[in-house]
Write a protein that binds this ligand. Structure first.
Ligand code: GLU
Length: 304
């Protein structure tokens, strides 16, 4: 397995030339464009890694699956999906247009920014600080890594440049989709995007979902139904507006972020973490997607 992963990294590293590193915050632009790493934890907990799998990056949109798990734990499935839909949009992740024009009157799904900000507003806690601390404790638990934390330079950049997200937050507040304090919801959202992790951490989170919401100690942190909801939304909405193409080419429930990370889940089999900061036009890691496509073919991992 380790040889296979090394070859996948070697074969696909040059593809990073085809994309660009995210640069909407100067701090993100510092990532090494041709970095590429992959880590797999199989269902028995065996670890296989190749390339830059200890390199830290911010999880960005990958945090959306984490807040979704905690928001459902905190509020129940019915409440969460009374405020946010379950349908893919086919639009870019930060698109604002369907928010007002659609007859649904709520964000289409929890993986686009509008839906994710609404979900962040549902995390329980007396203020933004307590809400975020609960989220951080949760992600540390499911990744089995107590050292995970926020990159504060990136958090400041997210907050300073996040006016589009702020606009969506206030719109959601006006529609009563966000019931609590909108600034608290935005602060949680900017911080969750700025959590730093490695491909190894992502593989652990993938394994947690592959096991239906259990850690390696056997603790059932979320019930399997929540894990199923999250994995399903990863298939339909997890890879921005190329989720359909990714499902055909790779066929593994996955969520990407503009920091270059991808977390993938082969249910009952393995968790996979990939890092490659050079992104395609949709915001997915160019080399990362190529690695996953080859891996899926080699090991017949498609769930379809
Ligand atoms: N912080 C980014 C934003 O909200 C996250 C983007 C992403 O990873 O999709 O615009």
């Amino acid at each position: 397995m380790e040889d296979l992963l090394k070859n996948l990294v070697k074969n696909n590293q040059a593809k990073s030339k085809l994309g660009e590193v995210a640069n909407y915050i100067p701090e993100l632009d510092k990532a090494k464009k041709d970095a590429l790493g992959i880590c797999i934890y199989d269902i028995n907990g065996n670890e296989y890694c190749a390339g830059d799998c200890e390199e830290k990056f911010t999880i960005q949109s990958i945090s959306k699956i984490i807040t979704l798990m905690l928001a459902i734990l905190d509020n129940g499935e019915e409440y969460v999906f009374s405020k946010v839909g379950m349908e893919p949009t086919g639009d870019p992740f930060n698109s604002i247009k369907k928010l007002e024009t659609s007859s649904r009157k709520r964000p289409y799904n929890p993986m686009i920014n509008a839906g994710a900000i609404a979900v962040s507003s549902m995390i329980k806690g007396k203020d933004a600080r307590e809400k975020f601390q609960r989220l951080l404790d949760f992600v540390r638990k499911i990744s089995e890594d107590d050292t995970l934390d926020v990159n504060y330079k990136i958090y400041c950049g997210e907050s300073e440049t996040g006016n589009r997200n702020r606009a969506m937050g206030y719109f959601l507040k006006s529609q009563n989709i966000i019931e609590g304090n909108v600034e608290d919801a935005l602060d949680v959202y900017f911080k969750q995007c700025s959590i730093e992790a490695t491909a190894k951490n992502l593989a652990r989170i993938g394994l947690f979902l592959a096991r239906g919401g259990k850690t390696s100690t056997g603790e059932q942190v979320i019930n399997p139904r929540i894990a199923t909801i999250v994995k399903t939304l990863m298939v339909t909405c997890g890879m921005y507006d190329s989720s359909g193409e990714f499902a055909v080419r790779v066929g593994i429930p996955s969520k990407s972020g503009v920091g270059g990370g991808i977390v993938s889940v082969v249910p009952g089999k393995m968790g996979i973490g990939v890092f490659g900061p050079s992104l395609d036009k949709r915001g997915n890691s160019v080399a990362g997607v190529a690695v996953l496509e080859e891996l899926s073919k080699e090991l017949s991992l498609t769930i379809f």
